[in-house]
Design a protein around this ligand. Structure first.
Ligand code: AHG
Ligand code: MN
Ligand code: MN
Length: 335
């Protein structure tokens, strides 16, 4: 079958036949895909369906919730809880874990997600996304607790994101490379359009929120200053900069044409550990980036090897093209 006609369901079943694994994961992924299609539909309709704007509420991290943050969270719960594949889920938008309610059968997996990433971009009609990660639930144990979610990223069974951009895409990995699918709105299916995505090793593009530069640590400052110095500087080459403020969109750009994305630790956010959340953002994106040949670190360590300490833990993130991320790691070691 030509790649352009292979549905995501077909692809997942093929992968399962080739590499093994339970049919439950395929079915769980199908539910995740449905949730992403529902969110995509709301995002696309925007103001037409009253989906824009903020609520009066804040999430556990003290961020004002957008209507679509909450709605997307509900879609994820509604479409994944009844299938019998999950034990519990955890989301950026929920204070605590969400164990599968009594009335539904329980399964072998845990799901973590950022229902809407880049939500400051919703009202200005710029790309947003959804990020998710699937972990194994503990076996031979009654009940599920927060601690069951505190597994290092290396334990992830699957990770992916949906990007609600000019077209809606879903990008995923189960540890056998990274594959991208585009939603055909007429057919209502994600079709394989980007087989085996690889991050170019060399790059001349970086992404960082420059407004925070006065708070940066020396290694990050050094890296960015050298990029900005361009041809006349120590890198002897011109660099370009982007900042979309949607991690999903930045990672997708990096998967497509290379680059580096940084949300490093800085003096302003030192107490909270960073900006991005380990379980909902950093780990799933690190899995995808590494599977595409890239590298993902905090500056000083590999993100996927961190042992999470709490559900909503934040971490510094530096990811993208291997040679550049390695250079930034070296700058950290040298300082
Ligand atoms: P979220 O919308 O889920 O809270 O995540 C936003 C994140 C990430 O997507 C983006 O890279 C970053 O926050 C943007 O931060 P700034 O507003 O500081 O640029
Ligand atoms: Mn986010
Ligand atoms: Mn979010």
């Amino acid at each position: 079958m030509p790649h352009s006609q292979m549905t995501i369901t077909h692809f997942i079943i093929e992968q399962q036949r080739r590499f093994g694994g339970s049919g439950n994961l395929s079915m769980l992924l199908n539910d995740v895909v449905t949730a992403c299609k529902m969110i995509s539909n709301q995002v696309n309709h925007g103001a037409l369906v009253g989906a824009l704007g903020s609520l009066d509420s804040e999430n556990v991290q003290g961020e004002t919730q957008k209507k679509l943050d909450v709605l997307s969270n509900e879609y994820f719960i509604d479409h994944t809880q009844y299938g019998g594949h999950l034990m519990a889920m955890a989301s950026e938008e929920m204070d605590d874990i969400y164990p599968i309610p009594e009335e539904f059968p329980k399964g072998h997996y845990l799901l973590t997600f950022d229902p809407l990433d880049g939500s400051s971009n919703i009202d200005v009609n710029v790309s947003v996304g959804t990020i998710f990660s699937i972990l194994r639930a503990p076996t031979g144990k009654i009940g599920v607790t927060k601690e069951d979610f505190l597994q290092p990223g290396t334990e992830q069974v699957c990770a992916g994101y949906a990007l609600y951009g000019p077209s809606t895409m879903l990008v995923l990995t189960t540890g056998q490379g990274v594959f991208g699918f585009t939603l055909d709105q007429n057919v209502g299916e994600f079709l394989l359009t980007h087989p085996s995505m690889r991050i170019p090793e060399e790059t001349s593009e970086f992404a960082i929120n420059m407004s925070r530069s006065r708070f940066w640590e020396p290694p990050v400052r050094r890296y960015v200053e050298e990029c900005v110095a361009g041809k006349e500087g120590p890198r002897a080459s011109d660099f370009n900069m982007r900042w979309i403020a949607s991690m999903v969109a930045e990672v997708h750009r990096i998967l497509t044409r290379g680059g580096v994305f940084m949300y490093p630790i800085d003096d302003k956010i030192r107490d909270s550990g960073g900006k991005l959340r380990l379980l909902y953002e950093a780990n799933p994106m690190s899995f995808i980036v590494e599977q595409a040949g890239g590298m993902s670190i905090t500056g000083r360590e590999r993100i996927m090897e961190m042992k999470p300490r709490s559900l909503h833990q934040r971490v510094p993130v530096i990811l993208g093209s291997r040679t550049e991320v390695q250079r930034i790691a070296d700058y950290h070691t040298e300082s």
